[in-house]
Design a protein around this ligand. Sequence first.
Ligand SMILES: NC(=O)c1ccc[n+]([C@@H]2O[C@H](COP(=O)([O-])OP(=O)(O)OC[C@H]3O[C@@H](n4cnc5c(N)ncnc54)[C@H](O)[C@@H]3O)[C@@H](O)[C@H]2O)c1
Length: 336
Amino acid sequence: MIRTVIIGYGRNGSTMHAGPLERYSGDFQVAAVCDIDAEARDKAQKRFACPVYEDYHAMLAEIRPELAVIVTRSHQHAQMTVDCLMAGVNVLVTKPWATNVLDAQRMIAAQKVTGKMLLPWLPARFGSDLRLIRDVVERGDIGRVFEIRRSVTTFGLRCDWQTEHKYGGGYLLNWGPHLIDQPLQLVKSPITRVYGSLRQIINPGDGEDNLRVIAHTDDGVTVMSEFLIAAGPYPSWVIQGDRGTIIAQGDKIHVHRVQLPDHVGANEYRSQTVETEYTLDVSGNIYGDEYEIYPHIARALRGEEAYFVPLDEALRLSRIIDAARLSSRIGQEVFI
Ligand SMILES: NC(=O)c1ccc[n+]([C@@H]2O[C@H](COP(=O)([O-])OP(=O)(O)OC[C@H]3O[C@@H](n4cnc5c(N)ncnc54)[C@H](O)[C@@H]3O)[C@@H](O)[C@H]2O)c1
């Protein structure tokens, strides 16, 4: 059993992480929980019958766990991760793993120095729609993909720390890890330039609640990721290939395929001749099911499989997020 501690037993720590840790009690033992909030500590103690701490340094020193699951506010992740690694503890850190590239590099440096495992949490890689879409793309059903658009639209208001930059809030860090990283799973070449537009439309605080990030690969694929805080339903994915289009909306994925004419003579125009369509049903969590992911974490910690987020990919994501932030500030595309 992997002796595990949770740091941050709030909305997400007490559900998305505590849930699988509780269910997979043959793999994980919740050895202690740390939260600065007394009510959260009380709930954790009742649920896991384990010691609880207000100070994570004291917990690391006394419990000496094998794994720390860090689910505090976003601006706290980097320092807590470094502290846990330096204390000889493997770390699973929720998204965003870091608020900027410098912090990400600090975390990677601590991982290298200690040789402990650093596992950034990007559950949307297990998104049920993404997996179906990846199969369609890899089969070549829509030909060569040259444009990907991933959109989330809501009219959902929030009023908590996630609306304030000083806590690592703002939707670039809150939603960006899901919405930028997911389409990158469909491209092979590196991102070379990024445009970002971050705006605050309806939420309080000083954080952006509306974002659009356009990234270009060096082999000509354009990836657009957007979170629109005040917009009715858009398709969640539109993927354009030179032989068709994928459109995902709600629980359906429509694949529209065309066969181009064999030959177009000089001064001749011929539109697509043969068109076919099929539809796939999406079931399961489009942001990834934590109960499916945690067994992978157990196997990665035991050295039985590679963890599903290599650190260079997490760093690449931080670079794109930093570039989008800078681009929005200066009003120009940023090369990375
Ligand atoms: N799908 C996902 O991957 C997903 C979903 C939701 C949230 N998250 C991430 O989880 C993190 C937490 O979000 P949340 O909504 O649970 O926030 P939250 O405010 O509900 O929880 C944070 C908890 O950390 C505790 N905390 C603060 N400082 C602490 C300290 N020094 N030591 C110990 N505990 C401390 C707080 O008291 C609180 O209970 C965020 O970074 C967020 O981006 C990820």
